[in-house]
Design a protein around this ligand. Structure first.
Ligand SMILES: *Cc1c(COP(=O)(O)O)cnc(C)c1O
Length: 366
């Protein structure tokens, strides 16, 4: 009923998961689905992935609670640094969570003792991102204290790559070495922890970053950050953004279009209106720079993008109210890729995907 929608091709999504899974060897597969599963829809993506992956990961407790309330049963790791008042719910919803400092470990220990509960945690070490995580030098001492505390089950140890764009990325190689040296030595070596480091770039480019588990998300949604191993060439996007033309008018030469008249028609032209705007998370940077597909042709966005709609110049073409418009995805022989839009907005595909918000319904196919 809504005139704009996002189509998710679940068959392609599951195919992507299998492509990755088949390339992992013994390593397990943790799928990060934070930020509404990169805009693909948290719950439906979790349900589709649950039979295939070993773990799900989210940034925040609230995301994990939504998953548990939707009866998602597999392990869920909360990646973000936790806050004291969240501890009871982290325990109640049987979530695995991150310990990234001795201070946080103490808070958790006190709460677990008070509640008479045991928690499952992963220690996060910082090997070069300078975001969260303890220094590798201090991780061993913390682990020793946690493994002797009856309230803790230390399940894993992990870190995050700051850069892994190629197989010889020096930043990644250094992080892999720091992490490997840490987990291959005492007290971690014989502790049977799940050691995990690789995001999508690491998974695509650096098998030495796999350890016991990988955490690729962007690749699972079908976006390949850089040229890679042919095993991954079957990965393909499963996300399309579509709308229906809501209005049609003819604009005369010299007439300005939309707020501020940043576009002036250079000749008499047919202008159609698309009922989507920055209020849906469709970036205003695409004003006078983006394009859309209608009836198998590409047409330019003209004038500034408004909160709820924007205009497209279809020239002499016959386009009708109700025609299907593709903003991201394929139509006949043409395609608008998220990467193209990201470039026009001077950002990365991640941001384009997760900004598209809940005003746009998601439709799941397959
Ligand atoms: C988001 C995230 C990932 C996934 O990153 P991609 O580049 O999308 O694969 C992996 N690990 C952590 C800690 C993350 O926050």
């Amino acid at each position: 009923m809504h005139p704009t929608w996002i189509e998710i091709d679940l068959k392609q999504f599951k195919r992507n998961l299998m492509v990755i899974k088949n390339a992992l060897g013994k390593a397990r597969f943790c799928l990060p689905i934070k930020a509404n599963a990169y805009g693909h829809g948290l719950i439906d993506i979790a349900k589709a992935a649950e039979p295939i992956v070993d773990y799900l990961a989210v940034a925040h407790l609230s995301e994990a609670v939504r998953l548990r309330n939707a009866s998602v049963k597999i392990p869920i790791l909360v990646l973000g640094a936790i806050h004291e008042e969240q501890i009871p719910d982290l325990l109640r919803y049987e979530l695995e969570f991150t310990i990234s400092s001795a201070y946080k470990a103490d808070l958790v220990a006190q709460k677990c003792a008070a509640l008479q509960k045991r928690c499952r945690v992963h220690i996060e070490v910082d090997t070069g991102m300078q975001r969260t995580g303890m220094r590798p030098e201090t991780a061993a001492a913390l682990f020793e204290s946690l493994r002797h505390n009856r309230h803790f089950d230390v399940v894993g140890i992990y870190s995050h790559l700051a850069s892994a764009e190629s197989a010889d990325d020096p930043v990644a190689l250094k992080q892999i070495k720091i992490f490997g040296d840490l987990v291959r030595n005492a007290p971690f070596a014989d502790a049977k922890l799940l050691c995990h480091l690789a995001n999508s770039s690491g998974t695509l480019n650096l098998p030495t970053a796999y350890f016991d588990m990988v955490r690729p998300a962007l690749a699972a949604f079908g976006y390949i950050p850089s040229t890679v191993n042919p095993a991954f060439h079957e990965l393909a996007p499963c996300f399309s953004l579509k709308a229906k033309v809501s209005y049609f008018k003819v604009v005369e030469k010299g007439q300005g279009i939309s707020y501020g008249h940043s576009y002036i028609a250079s000749k008499r032209s047919r202008i159609v209106t698309i009922p989507l705007g920055y209020g849906d998370g469709f970036r205003r940077d695409l004003s006078n720079s983006g394009s859309v597909l209608i009836r198998g042709s590409r047409f330019p966005i003209v004038g500034t993008i408004c909160m709820d709609q924007f205009m497209v110049d279809v020239g002499e073409s016959s386009v009708f109210v109700g025609d299907e418009v593709v903003l991201i995805g394929r139509q006949e022989t043409l395609e608008i890729r998220v990467q193209e839009i990201a470039k026009l907005c001077n950002t990365i595909p991640y941001e384009i995907l997760c900004l598209l918000n809940d005003r746009i319904p998601r439709i799941y196919l397959g």
